[in-house]
Design a protein around this ligand. Structure first.
Ligand code: FES
Ligand SMILES: [Fe+2]
Length: 424
């Protein structure tokens, strides 16, 4: 396949190449349809198993797109359960804290008690009720399953697909990635005044990197193909999608092996960055070799770097509808773009690294935290202006180039479900 002539779109003629309507990005009515037909029907990532390691550990997740708040808890058997945070008595929120540890959940209004499975176990002055059978009044359960340590929930009482079947067609082949060995993370949460698709789109193409990230990480992406940052390849499934990107191995950010593998990879990364990015180079020198785990490329699952590129940088994985999971050998990013309204989105960004217990390793992590924060701020810098401009209604369509295939796929999948006669 010639790198210069083959187009990513060639493999997906059904997606077309025409303009994409703006309306789904600005319309409250369209968002109402997305809530009913997508967010209340499909699997949504809410956290990782490590967040609730012990019996009774819980967190609460507000899911505006599902009009609910849920409690996710590890029960006495060690199984993770999810239930709506709504008391069966007079509908108070049962848990007020965002996370914690509980033996039971006590409603603060009239003291009803629920066990870790959501069963109603105690009612003050129970005898004053009328034929109350506690079995009938537990917390309402939500379907909850775990994939590779990631906890997902589904508001549909009978999900159309199991989580395993939902993930398998695209993401079965990244199972075995060492998610459980990446723990040292940093995270940011922020609300952005733009549509959730618009926010996600800014993370599922690299066309913007030379401009938005011109002064930060643009040198990390391979530009050998006539100066353009051509993706290595893209894959689109029924719901999910994936983009593989090549890096510039002579840069700190563009050489994913540098910090965990050290050696030749690190020497290559430092060759030019020592002069062009001295602080990044210093951080790499400090952190090199201090990671508790090294993940060699040939030990990673076959779904990563599936083109077998020597200069592979990372893969963007988008788990439908709004979970972005970018995977490299030495770290991964897990971002959620949770819709709040048609023009407001909650971004939850988490970054996972292997432990780096040395002082140098901690310096490297601190450096990466600041560097990634700046990159994220660059990404967010256009979104609210774009939303405001889109809402003028001046432009009815946007046009996409070949490297923006995933943006088109996102629109097509969402629109296909929204336009379907009935919710699945
Ligand atoms: S609303 Fe919860 S005990 Fe009354
Ligand atoms: Fe970006």
């Amino acid at each position: 396949m010639s790198r210069t002539t083959a187009r990513l779109h060639d493999r997906y003629p059904e997606l077309g190449t025409g303009p994409v309507p703006v309306e789904p990005y600005i319309s409250p009515a369209y968002f109402a349809q997305e809530k009913e037909k997508i967010f209340k029907k499909t699997w949504l990532h809410v956290g990782r198993v490590e967040e609730i390691p012990g019996v009774g550990d819980y967190f609460v997740k507000d899911l505006a797109a599902c009009d609910t708040s849920i409690i996710v808890v590890r029960n006495k058997q060690g199984v993770i359960r999810a239930m709506h945070n709504v008391c069966a008595h007079r509908m108070n929120q049962v848990v007020y804290e965002p996370c914690g540890k509980a033996r039971k959940f006590f409603c603060k209004f009239h003291g009803w008690a629920y066990d870790l499975d959501g069963k109603l176990t105690g009612v003050p002055e129970e005898g004053c009720f009328f034929d109350l059978d506690k079995v009938d009044y537990g917390l309402s359960r939500v379907a909850c399953e775990v994939w590779q340590g990631f906890i997902f929930v589904n508001m549909d009482p009978e999900p159309a697909l199991s989580l395993a079947d939902f993930m398998k067609p695209m993401y079965g082949d990244i199972e075995g990635y060492p998610f459980d060995k990446l723990t040292t993370g940093f995270s940011w949460t922020t609300e952005v005044n733009c549509n959730w698709k618009l926010a996600l789109d800014a993370f599922q193409e690299a066309y913007h990197v030379a401009y938005v990230h011109g002064h930060s990480i643009a040198d990390a992406i391979d530009k050998s193909d006539g100066g353009s940052m051509r993706p290595l390849d893209a894959l689109c499934g029924e719901f999910h999608r994936r983009l593989s990107l090549a890096g510039n191995p002579k840069s700190v950010y563009g050489n994913p092996k540098a910090v965990t593998s050290g050696g030749e990879a690190a020497r290559e990364a430092l060759a030019e960055s020592a002069a062009t990015r001295p602080i990044a180079a210093a951080a790499l020198r400090a952190g090199m070799g201090s990671a508790t785990h090294e993940f060699r490329l040939d030990t990673l699952p076959k779904g990563m770097n599936w083109t077998g590129s020597d200069n592979w940088l990372f893969d963007i994985n988008v788990v439908f509808p709004e979970f972005y999971l970018s995977l490299r050998p030495n770290y991964c990013q897990a971002y959620n773009f949770r819709p709040i309204s048609h023009n407001r989105t909650l971004l939850e960004a988490r970054v996972y690294y292997p432990d780096m217990p040395t002082a140098g390793g901690r310096f490297f992590l601190e450096y990466m935290k600041v560097a990634l924060r700046d990159v994220l701020l660059e990404d967010l810098s256009t979104l609210e202006r774009t939303q405001t401009a889109a809402q003028t209604g001046v432009k009815k369509h946007m046009i996409l180039q070949d490297y923006e295939l995933l943006v088109r796929h996102n629109y097509k999948v969402v629109d296909g479900l929204v336009q379907a006669d009935a919710a699945r």
